[in-house]
Design a protein around this ligand. Structure first.
Ligand code: FEO
Ligand code: CA
Ligand code: CA
Length: 809
């Protein structure tokens, strides 16, 4: 909706922020929306009676239209054919109320303009719905879910492109103020107060529904809290002329404050004031910024251990903030999970080896805490207040004569965790869940919850040759906990006690989960200069989960990113974004990471385009210790790649590279039923000569729907090697289709819908990441409305379908 886009009449201060007054248009709309119009009076069995003598006039899918938004309409004495997820308007020329008399029950929606419509339900075969009005009927033939939109072409335009019939609304952007009395963002590098503004590099997101009275409401599609991670910075755009001495310092204090505060998590109230009309509330009482300085508490087995003791937390129970929040997760009890990914790079550490034990050095090297100055050199600031430790903390060197509670040597142990946040309580203290292990956490996604079974959380550790983990709770799931008010206490119950496992994939399509349990993990063998590592206790194993997974012989993967749980089957999908020849040479392939080839541009060898693996747990129980697997999809450039690379048979309408974000539609609407809709987002550098990063919609099958496949890999100098793998069935334009492309130099990351599936939220991260303050290489989001100037900003977009149907179907 272009009327909300900056430069076209909307400014931040225009947002209606007063929720305390009388009934608003939005209140009326929600009340109408929630009123069920269905009347079922035992008529279903007698719908034939309504046929009377009237002939039904047939309408085909193609000739529908008639609605003011191009949607599908049907009137008395008509019949139409639609597919799952489409919006159908029941039109009437006379007064009266429609009632459904046959077929799977649907909710009749009274739209804001008074029209009556419904969303076609999920069906497995063509199914007839019959509706009556006065003495006539209308018939609607619903066919199973399909990707009904026309694929977006690959392109390098500086806008978000969506299919015909869809609209884009730019929502919260880098720097937008989310507190009263904070000025609009000037976007010229002079803005301050980033602890009250939307952070940079918006990443994963989730919409938490909220009622009109400000209570949690999982089914609200009109009002909610958008929780988004802020992973990193396009630092060149944050200051008037770019950053000062960003390589190794000394850094000006004001610049460092701004950069630190632009990291973390934002919580912003979103609301829809009319159909397809989204906005956000600048001074909502629920708005919150969580930054690298926000107080947190440690929970779980590592809480209070020596590993976590710092100057800030001398008893090892308290934490200070979160950093490099990449992907996420959410729980059925209404909390957000945020994950600390590339945290190690922010620390200055090199030069203190002589003051470190061999065990400490093995751990620090395994996690990459080796930097000479740390990202952005924050520790080089000399603060105006000498007791201000917000900068010094990023210097993790041990100091001679001091202990761990007198310097910042253990500060890196405070990062690398999954953090649970209660978005509905702005005063709540986030909790770091140490039972889930310490690594480069991409995300933390719950499997399918079933009463009486344990809760599983699936987690990728995103770096080359790292592993795929799952946590299984000690407690079994009780459905009543989903609606408890003490949400973080419910988190304590399921996330503080349990078993952490790491995955081992076997060549024959089976796999096992190896427990990271003290006493069952052998010593980690010596590697290079690092001697054998002897685990001392369970806390040691959780802090050094990578070392424990090494010792157990877990399968190193091609950069494990997001996971997603198919809500129908419980199968778990995992993106493996890419790998290089240095990460995995020609003879380093295995069945789960099977490809090695050359790709353009750059003549690079390895698995430049990535793949998506999926598993089915033994007994369909997510506490199982064994599974079967196959590779659902292989990324490829369809024009360039031969059949040993383009294994999934991609074509120009669905070829992609470097899958990262991955998400199945919600079960609250038909997109999550029967054959759930899957969304795939890319973070790519190998296909960007062809297209900007993209997002695809898919209707996947299941583990084992393909078969064994042997491919010929190619390395430098023409060397070849054979590799057998388990491949899923080929993609087709009906099962995989490009839905969206982003602006220049962006990554597409972050995806959710409203519970009704009629609005899709997507994160557009770091547009113009290679430009400079003088010469921005993107002007998005200004460019979305035709203004090709100004500095680029990461932002969330809300995408709606003009006819009101479920996005993607
Ligand atoms: Fe921050 Fe692995 O993506
Ligand atoms: Ca990611
Ligand atoms: Ca990525």
């Amino acid at each position: 909706m272009t009327d909300l886009i900056p430069g076209n009449g909307y400014s931040d201060g225009d947002v209606d922020t007063n929720n305390t007054g009388g009934e608003t248009l939005w209140d009326i709309a929600e009340a109408r929306h929630s009123r069920r119009s269905v009347m079922r009076g035992g008529l279903a069995a007698s719908s034939a009676a309504f046929l009377g003598g009237a002939m039904l006039s047939g309408c085909t899918d193609d000739v529908l239209g008639g609605g003011s938004d191009g949607g599908k309409t049907v009137a008395v004495n008509q019949e139409i054919a639609v597919s799952t997820g489409q919006s159908v308007e029941l039109t009437a020329s006379s007064a009266g109320q429609w009632a459904q008399v046959e077929g799977p029950e649907v909710e009749l929606i009274t739209e804001e303009d008074g029209r009556i419509s419904f969303i076609a339900p999920a069906v497995s075969n063509v199914t007839t719905l019959v509706f009556s009005l006065l003495n006539g009927i209308a018939r609607v033939l619903v066919s199973p879910a399909k990707l009904s939109f026309r694929a977006v072409d690959k392109n390098r335009d500086d806008i978000v492109t969506v299919p015909q019939g869809y609209s884009v609304t730019v929502m919260t952007r880098l720097g937008d103020p989310i507190a009263a009395n904070v000025a609009d963002y000037k976007n010229d590098g002079t803005d301050t107060d980033f602890d009250k503004r939307i952070g940079d590099h918006g990443d994963a997101l989730h919409f938490f529904g909220m009622s009109q009275t400000g209570k949690r409401n999982e089914n609200s599609s009109k009002r909610g809290l958008m929780v988004q991670n802020h992973e990193n910075l396009n630092v060149q755009y944050l200051h008037p002329n770019g950053p000062t001495n960003v390589g190794s310092g000394p850094r000006p204090e004001a610049e460092a404050v701004k950069e630190i505060d632009a990291h973390g998590v934002s919580i912003t109230e979103y609301k829809s004031e009319r159909r397809a009309g989204w906005n956000w509330v600048k001074d909502s009482a629920f708005n919150r910024r969580i930054t690298p300085n926000t107080p947190m508490q440690f929970n779980g087995p590592v809480k209070g251990s020596d590993f976590l003791k710092t100057t800030f937390s001398t008893d090892g129970t308290q934490g200070r903030g979160t950093i490099n929040n990449c992907a996420n997760g959410h729980t059925e009890w209404g909390t957000a999970l945020t994950c600390e990914e590339n945290w190690a790079g922010y620390f200055k550490r090199s030069g203190d080896d002589a003051l470190r034990s061999a065990r400490e050095l093995t751990s620090l090297r395994r996690y990459g805490v080796t930097g000479g100055s740390g990202n952005y050199a924050w520790s080089s600031v000399t603060p105006a207040n000498p007791s201000d430790t917000r900068f010094r903390r990023w210097d993790a060197r041990a100091s001679e004569g001091l202990t761990a509670t007198q310097d910042y040597r253990n500060e890196p142990n405070q990062m690398g965790w999954v953090v649970e946040i209660d978005p509905y309580d702005p005063t709540s203290k986030p909790r770091k869940r140490t039972a889930l292990g310490r690594m480069g956490h991409e995300g933390a996604w719950l499997g399918k919850l079933e009463a009486g079974r344990k809760v599983a959380v699936y987690m990728g550790d995103d770096a080359r040759r790292e592993y795929f983990y799952k946590f299984v709770s000690t407690a079994t799931w009780e459905a009543r906990d989903a609606m408890a008010d003490n949400r973080l206490a419910i988190g304590d119950k399921y996330l503080d006690s349990g078993t952490l496992y790491v995955a081992k994939f076997n060549a024959d399509g089976t796999g096992s989960w190896l427990p990271l349990v003290y006493g069952q993990v052998p010593n980690r063998a010596a590697v290079g200069n690092d001697p054998e590592y002897v685990f001392q206790n369970q806390q040691d194993i959780l802090v050094n989960a990578r070392l424990a997974a090494d010792a157990l012989g877990a399968t190193p993967m091609d950069r494990p990113e997001w996971t997603a749980c198919n809500p129908r089957t419980g199968e778990i999908y995992l993106t493996l974004t890419n790998n290089s020849s240095s990460g995995r040479p020609l003879n380093g392939t295995d069945a789960a990471n099977p490809r090695h080839y050359v790709s353009q541009p750059g003549n690079s060898y390895g698995n430049a385009n990535g793949h998506i693996i999926r598993i089915r747990e033994g007994g369909d129980n997510q506490a199982a210790t064994s599974f079967i697997w196959d590779i659902y999809l292989f990324g490829a450039d369809s024009a360039e790649a031969g059949s040993d690379v383009n294994i999934s048979g991609l074509d120009a309408s669905n070829d992609f590279s470097s899958p990262d974000g991955l998400w199945f539609s919600r079960t609250q609407n038909p997109a999550g039923h029967l054959r759930p809709l899957l969304w795939i987002q890319t973070d790519d550098g190998a296909f960007t000569d062809q297209t900007n990063n993209q997002m695809l919609a898919a209707l996947p099958g299941f583990v084992g729907d393909g078969g064994s496949r042997t491919i010929t890999n190619v390395g430098t100098g023409g060397a070849t090697a054979m590799q057998t793998t388990q491949a899923g069935t080929n993609a087709t334009p009906g099962t995989l289709k490009r839905f969206l492309t982003g602006p220049l130099e962006c990554e597409i990351t972050g995806v959710d819908t409203t519970p009704d599936g009629r609005t899709l939220f997507v994160g557009i991260q770091h547009p113009g990441e290679n430009g400079s303050a003088d010469a921005p290489s993107s002007h998005w989001p200004q460019s979305q409305s035709g203004t090709n100037s100004g500095r680029p900003r990461s932002a969330v977009v809300a995408i709606t379908r003009n006819d009101g149907g479920i996005v993607g179907l």
